[in-house]
Design a protein around this ligand. Structure first.
Ligand code: S3P
Length: 170
């Protein structure tokens, strides 16, 4: 596990960024949030990228970011919610480290994101139903991509402790 990248995947709002920061601290790794990484490189928010260039362009930027980050080591990477639903991205990131899925119940995510303004895919009427459909469509992709599925209906501290325990057995 020394120097290996740790990649967190899962649906929007599952806790990747919060848990990722804690995990980075505990394992002495640098934390990288892929959305932030893309925003810094593009000098544009994810919302603006979707609005200006469309989702397919954002997906290309995600694959580029995955390729760049895969060259690094000793990172905790919080992937975007869509990143690990793309087989090519799974291939790129799996080659560089271990993939963990944060398995957070849909109801928790729906509550967390009910007033979110930063996720372009959710700025629609009937947000609860939009999330449900996308969540059900993506769940198996996350689980297939992951080396470890972590139950994530707990505090970020508890989830981090569970992850550290799982990683120590590897
Ligand atoms: C997306 C998730 C977002 C961000 C973009 C698209 C998705 O990341 O990449 O809004 O397709 O699920 P978070 O999971 O960090 O919110």
């Amino acid at each position: 596990m020394t120097n290996t990248n740790i990649i967190l995947c899962g649906f929007m709002g599952c806790g990747k960024t919060t848990v990722g920061r804690l995990l980075a601290e505990k394992t002495g790794r640098q934390f990288v949030d892929m959305d932030n990484y893309i925003e810094t490189r593009q000098q544009m928010t994810v919302s603006r990228i979707f609005e200006t260039f469309g989702e397919p362009h954002f997906r290309e930027l995600e694959t580029e970011a995955a390729e760049e980050l895969a060259k690094e080591s000793n990172l905790v990477i919080a992937a975007g919610g869509g990143t690990l639903t793309v087989p090519r991205n799974v291939e790129i990131l799996k080659a560089t480290g271990i993939i963990l899925m944060l398995d957070t119940p849909l109801s928790v995510i729906q509550k967390r994101l009910e007033s979110d303004t930063t996720r372009p895919l959710l700025q629609k009427p009937n947000r609860g139903a939009v999330m449900e459909e996308l969540y059900n469509k993506r769940l198996s992709a996350y689980k297939n991509a992951a080396d470890i599925v972590v139950p994530a209906d707990a505090s970020p501290q508890k989830i981090t402790a569970t992850i550290l325990e799982q990683l120590s057995t590897r």
